[in-house]
Design a protein around this ligand. Structure first.
Ligand code: SF4
Ligand code: SF4
Length: 466
């Protein structure tokens, strides 16, 4: 380990010494888990497990459980295990042995205390990042097994409060941030006004039927990251894209229901998203820089609905930017002023293989791309994904201390900027950078494109001023 990486690690120790409590493994610190557990009876628990095993899961679960030879080769794939000094209870197989193996051994007769521990493991100690599957000689999908524990806990009514609140907001308002319809439109018009100060004549088209592209974002963008909508509008304008955003619910492509285990709600949300695109008769959906939303819209939600294919083609922002750059629809006027490293988000890299495309976009923008190690599909997760960051403050320390290995990986690059084309990764890396006192900042690809692209209107302005 180099000197910088050592200081990253000692930063963690310092944080503890400074009085910040370490990770809690007591599920009762979370109001939602505690309330759900207080309502469980042995009869209800056993019946729910029995119904679940006979009605919802089948050969895939038993094949995985029967195939595992307990070799432990998956252990070192997991950032929680590595970051907790190889504590086997954080290993992928350890998570399965503490949950499914016990449930099967006890014939489903488990008590609330057991369910509480299973919920804690499934929701807060696994990002469903799927790195471990790559190291299992049999390709056992441990994220699938952990996801099934979440689904079971959801059916038992035992879910973390913050995660459940987010899913409830999405259920009630069709966006996870409880943004009212008028607030949504107002936020878009506000960003249009702001951007028109920079780019005369720019529009954020709303409800444009038959547009080439519907651009969709996650719920937090109009609340906390409106600059991303601004930047997207400038990029679309510069590229001359025929695009629109919906004015109605259905614009939020995020999905905490997928992670809470509420698949019925996940299906309803994906249906609303695709129905919005169909109503607008757009040719494609372009999604902003979010990984979990892409997993939900592109892969999981539509398949859970039983659709043969996506009703409207969907691409991620990385693919879209790549298209705009390689076709010459936007050109780059200058390079970003320093070397950067590139974080591979699990959902668009292990899930979709966009690692080279992401790098090609980044290389067009930066003077030097320094790889972190391991990288591409072997990269370590940000530890925010899988809904873990959405489990909120009670489990913050579980998350940041569960990814000391990421802090070491970032520090070892020696650069001060990391690109992460995913919202969850931004949240996770921000916390890790802060907790381990790394001198780094995080950027979206869109931030750099906006900063570095050719803006013909600026030359025009300069000409007029001269
Ligand atoms: S966090 Fe990732 S590597 Fe660890 S057990 Fe979960 S899916 Fe596997
Ligand atoms: S590597 Fe595969 S077979 Fe070995 S313990 Fe892990 S899940 Fe089981």
């Amino acid at each position: 380990m180099n000197a910088t990486a050592t200081s990253a690690t000692s930063g963690a120790a310092g944080a503890k010494a400074g009085g910040v409590p370490g990770p809690s493994r007591d599920p009762s610190i979370d109001e939602g888990l505690a309330l759900g557990l207080s309502r469980l009876t042995p009869e209800r628990t056993e019946k729910t497990i029995r119904d679940f095993l006979s009605g919802e899961v089948g050969a895939r679960l038993s094949t995985y459980l029967d195939t595992c030879v307990h070799c432990g080769l998956c252990a070192e794939a997991c950032h929680y295990y590595l970051s907790h000094d190889n504590d086997p209870s954080y290993s992928p197989v350890g998570k399965v042995s503490q949950t499914w193996w016990e449930i099967m051994k006890r014939g489903g007769r488990v008590d609330p205390q057991f369910i509480g521990q299973a919920a804690r493991i499934a929701y807060t100690e696994c990002n469903l990042c799927r790195r471990c599957s790559m190291y299992c000689p049999f390709g056992i999908d441990i994220a699938y097994l952990v996801g099934l524990i979440r689904r079971l806990c959801f059916k038992l009514g035992v879910t973390p409060k913050y995660l459940q609140d987010t899913a409830n907001s999405h259920s009630a308002t069709l966006n996870q941030m409880w943004v009212r319809e008028d607030e949504w439109i107002d936020s878009l018009q506000w960003q249009e006004d702001e951007a028109r100060d920079e780019v005369p004549g720019l529009r954020i088209p709303l409800e444009k039927e038959g547009a080439e592209i519907m651009y969709s974002v996650i719920g937090p963008e109009p609340k906390f990251r409106t600059q991303l909508i601004y930047q997207a509008a400038v990029i679309m304008h510069a590229a001359g894209v025929d695009w629109t955003m919906p004015a109605t619910p259905g614009w939020d492509n995020s999905d905490m229901a997928m992670y809470s285990g509420d698949y019925e709600l996940m299906g309803r949300l994906k249906r609303a998203h695709f129905e919005t695109a169909r109503r607008l008769k757009v040719k494609r959906i372009v999604m902003g820089e979010c990984g979990h939303a892409f997993r939900s819209v592109h892969d999981v939600g539509n398949r859970w609905l039983g659709w043969r294919d996506r009703p409207t083609p969907v691409i991620h922002a990385v693919q879209f930017y790549h298209e705009l750059l390689s076709s010459g629809r936007i050109s780059i006027a200058k390079k970003y002023d320093e070397a950067v490293t590139f974080h591979d988000p699990c959902n668009i890299v292990r899930g979709m293989g966009l690692h080279e495309m992401g790098r090609e976009v980044a290389r067009a923008l930066v003077p030097d791309l320094v790889e972190m190690h391991p990288n591409r599909e072997h990269n370590y997760c940000c530890c925010a994904g899988g809904g873990v960051i959405n489990c909120g403050p009670p489990f913050r320390n579980t998350r940041v201390e569960g990814n000391r290995i990421k802090a070491e990986q970032l520090a070892a690059t020696g650069v001060k900027t990391v690109i992460a084309p995913c919202h969850n990764c931004h949240g996770g890396l921000e916390d890790i950078i802060h907790h381990y006192k790394l001198d780094m900042k995080i950027k979206f690809l869109g931030d750099l494109i906006y900063e570095c692209m050719d803006k013909p209107w600026e030359e025009q302005d300069a000409g007029e001023t001269a």
